[in-house]
Write a protein that binds this ligand. Structure first.
Ligand SMILES: O=C(O)CCC(=O)C(=O)O
Ligand SMILES: [Mn+2]
Length: 168
């Protein structure tokens, strides 16, 4: 995806669910339409919904009913800069993040951009959940180390489940 500044995000992204997170020359936002196809995003598979719901509950939050799943694909050397997930209208719902494929270093900071970050190694199958007081915490992914994963090959796939719609 492109950025407002005319660059490209190094991490490849797509979505499933009612809305998807997109970035282009106009900036970033959630949209019901995939700009690449002109069609709505594929439905969020019910198994994905169960994983998100159960992970949120296991982490002590209310059951999450995700309406968006951002799919990130990292190749070696790609990274995600420090940011907050704050484009969702429902900030009461946690974020559920599932890691697959190559391991990565997830950096989890505080509510201020300059707060120190904690390094968390995330391996295939690991799930990170943040919400409540940490919902707007800054976070990042360090440049991916080269490697070969038995199932995913030379890449890491991350799924983040989000509740975007405003609470009823
Ligand atoms: O890849 C990850 O572990 C985090 C992804 C993320 O923060 C995002 O998509 O907003
Ligand atoms: Mn994020």
């Amino acid at each position: 995806m492109a950025t407002r500044g005319g660059g490209m995000l190094s991490v490849a992204m797509t979505n499933c669910g009612k809305v998807g997170w997109i970035s282009d020359a106009r900036g970033y936002r959630y949209d019901r339409i995939d700009p690449l196809t002109g069609h709505p995003w594929p439905e969020l598979p019910s198994l994905f919904g169960s994983v998100a719901r159960e992970a949120a509950m296991a982490a002590g939050y209310d059951a999450l009913a995700p309406d968006a799943c951002l799919v990130n694909r990292y190749e070696p050397r790609t990274k995600l800069s420090l940011h907050q997930d704050r484009d969702e209208l429902d900030l009461a719902a946690p974020i559920v993040s599932v890691s697959l494929g190559l391991a990565a270093t997830f950096l989890f900071g505080g509510l201020q951009r300059n707060a120190p970050t904690r390094k968390v190694r995330v391996e295939s199958g690991d799930v990170v959940v943040w919400g409540g007081a940490s919902r707007l915490a800054f976070h990042a992914v360090a440049p991916l180390a080269a490697g070969e994963h038995r199932l995913a090959g030379a890449c890491r796939i991350n799924l983040t489940f989000r509740r975007v719609a405003s609470p009823a």
